[in-house]
Design a protein around this ligand. Structure first.
Ligand code: ATP
Ligand code: MG
Length: 235
């Protein structure tokens, strides 16, 4: 007899109060997924939305550094309740790895992510932004499988190589029937509807949410987000 896996229904229940799940993905490393995911969460929170941010990158969690979040930790309350930082409910794998590299292999990473999805109490949210690990591996596929509502926001760069990888990733999302909300070209030379400028001020703004939101990068992202339909709620 095969045992019934209770996790999909537990995760569906945990995410039942979340209106939209935005999975910020990119098939390459270092192209700006984390700054995009974190800045997007901050922007949406400033616009009056209820927002969660979940850093799922076991190999290189960095959203806590981008936020400048120190000394916060989830509360154990019928599962785990994420701390609120700068108006964003924040959960990260870093809470469980104590800044050490986590020696987990593929299947274990998947299990850990599924476990975190199953125990985190997000409550009512307008948006849950997921900062995905680079590429599409078992863990990333599992997130898409378990977080059924997830819509992909893909990040790429102007490089020809990034575009080639992007095209392949789009094919796969199509096959998996995962909706793609949009593609953002980061580190662009000029602003554009779906372009986020390369902004030398960004590096100095890391860890300082107010400064981060004032960068040209954040302004471009706010404009792109509005175009993608991630608009503020009407009063
Ligand atoms: N538009 C931009 N202008 C200037 N610097 C940028 C821009 N976007 C990202 N960066 C810088 O590039 C570096 C990588 O960004 P980030 O960590 O967000 O990428 P990532 O895709 O999440 O990387 P990883 O694959 O390691 O998770 C960071 O130092 C970030 O500050
Ligand atoms: Mg990252």
């Amino acid at each position: 007899m095969t045992a019934i896996d209770p996790r999909p229904s537990v995760i569906a229940e945990r995410l039942s109060g979340v209106k939209r799940i935005i999975a910020v993905t990119g098939w390459k490393g270092g192209i700006g997924k984390s700054v995009t995911a974190t800045t997007l969460a901050l922007l949406l929170a400033r616009q009056g939305h209820k927002v969660g941010l979940f850093d799922l990158d076991f190999a290189g969690a960095s959203d806590h550094l981008i936020l400048g979040a120190k000394g916060i930790f989830p509360k154990e309350e019928k599962g785990l309740e994420p701390p609120v930082y700068e108006g964003v409910k924040f959960m990260s794998v870093v809470f469980f790895s104590e800044n050490k590299a986590v020696p987990l292999r593929g299947a274990n990473v998947s299990d850990a992510i599924i476990e975190l999805l199953a125990i985190t109490q997000w409550g009512e949210l307008d948006f849950l932004v997921l900062d995905m690990p680079p590429g599409i591996n078992d863990a990333a596929l599992d997130v898409m499988r378990f977080a059924r509502k997830a819509e992909v926001l893909a990040v790429t760069t102007p490089s020809l190589l990034a575009h080639d990888v992007l095209a392949r990733s789009m094919d796969l999302y199509k096959k998996l029937k995962v909706p793609v909300l949009g593609v953002l070209e980061n580190m662009a030379d000029k602003a554009g509807p779906r372009k986020l400028r390369r902004d030398p001020a960004l590096e100095k703004a890391l860890g300082r949410p107010e400064k981060l939101l004032g960068t040209a990068f954040a302004k471009d992202l706010a404009r792109a987000a509005a175009r993608l339909g991630l608009k503020p709620r009407r009063a």
